[in-house]
Design a protein around this ligand. Sequence first.
Ligand SMILES: [Zn+2]
Length: 255
Amino acid sequence: MIKISTGAKVPLELSKGTYALRFSKAQKLTDEFFNKISLQFTEKDIEPDVFTKTVEDVLPSKINFKIANSTKADCEGAVVHCLNPQNTGEMNSFKIFLPLNKYDNKISIYDTNVFMHEIFHFFCEIFNPKHIAKSVKLNESTFRRYDDFFYNEYLYNKKCTDIDALKNNLLPEVLDNMPDGEKIIFLQNARYKLKEEVYAWGIGYKYGIENQKIHKDLICEKIEPSDGREFKLGEKLEIVNCFLKEILNNARKNK
Ligand SMILES: [Zn+2]
């Protein structure tokens, strides 16, 4: 199992307790961060350094992270786990990919939905080091083919919106090919990630609107941020939950 260094997680006394408790701590930190970052917009763009400083201001302990430009990385935003180059058995920092303006490399008020979405993921991660360790391990194993292929291709993908096909064909098919123990790990991991995404999209949307409302004077026209509805994440989460329940019930019966 990979080690998560102290620079990539909050102290144990803050991360212990239930998953729901950690989740609500990440949400609280996200709200606190928004209140502070919103004040930094005296123009419609801010420097990445100001963003970094504001994240550091709300973090409960020292965490290593860097802001990177997502426009060059071909994604809207992402939070990436970085391994210690001196010791690849240890994860010791994060890279937070955010869209930076082409002309001045600043962060735009119009991308509030994206940076709030990613910052929520980042806060969830620092409270859940065990989940990071688990997902790094899964990604190193043969399990990766399911996670990479099925999760990215069907569950977290707006091209896959045929919920009936997912429920009746696609998911049963991929589960049929998995050993029983792996089915549970795969579904639990998918549930965890989908739930976080449902919230991240909701947070991005809410604060994307809010920041434009607060700074009406700075923007020329209001832009409607995406709420991620086209991914149908809530429906997919429900399906994953159903399958997981059934498999866990069967496993209990067969004990
Ligand atoms: Zn996300």
